[in-house]
Design a protein around this ligand. Structure first.
Ligand code: ZN
Length: 185
């Protein structure tokens, strides 16, 4: 759970640091508002993907399952600025599948914490391998980073794409291409 008092104190210091008057009307409630907001946007810290990925169903045929265009919002841990976009998740079952909404939930667990996009991509893939035990997993994340578009090199619209492959997807160009085809459809 987030420590409201600590966050409120920190936000006050931040505002003072940039030369603001923390007692002026518009800013009075800001530390408290941010503390409450952090409970939501960093809520993934208290969550475990296992909870979502353990509810499985048996299947006879192990065909590739793709859940694409899962919209997510995360925070870059280097600048505490948002990065957001879409995650595409695929796996080849090994007799077990999970409810489709659980894949989106898994993405949320890892998005709602200070993150690095590449790390998040890998964590989603690893959680699926561990809890769902499929033959293979492939995850692709496409995101725009506010720390790139609002400051620094300022390239609005530029996207960072990261990929993780595990199990049967590793070094299997045929499977990877099928995944890309399904995502691009
Ligand atoms: Zn950043």
């Amino acid at each position: 759970m987030v420590d409201h008092e600590k966050i409120k104190e920190a936000v006050k210091l931040l505002l003072e640091g940039i030369g603001e008057d923390v007692n002026r009307e518009g800013l009075k409630e800001t530390p408290d508002r941010i503390a409450r907001m952090y409970e939501e946007i960093y809520g993934g810290m208290d969550e475990d993907a296992k909870e979502h990925l353990s509810k499985v169903f048996s299947v006879e045929h192990n065909e590739m399952v793709v859940e694409k265009d899962i919209v997510f919002y995360s925070t870059c841990e280097h600048h505490l600025m948002p990065f957001y976009g879409k995650a595409h998740v695929a796996y080849i079952p090994n007799g077990k599948v999970v409810g489709l909404s659980k894949l989106a939930r898994t993405v949320e667990v890892y998005a709602r914490r200070p993150q690095i996009q590449e790390q998040m991509t890998g964590q989603i893939a690893d959680a699926m391998m561990e809890y769902l035990a499929p033959q293979g997993v492939m995850v692709m994340v496409e995101a725009e980073h506010m720390c790139m578009t609002m400051r620094g090199i300022r390239k609005p619209g530029s996207k960072t794409v990261s990929i993780a492959t595990r199990g049967s997807f590793e070094e299997n160009e045929l499977l990877q291409n099928r995944f890309f085809q399904m995502v691009r459809q």
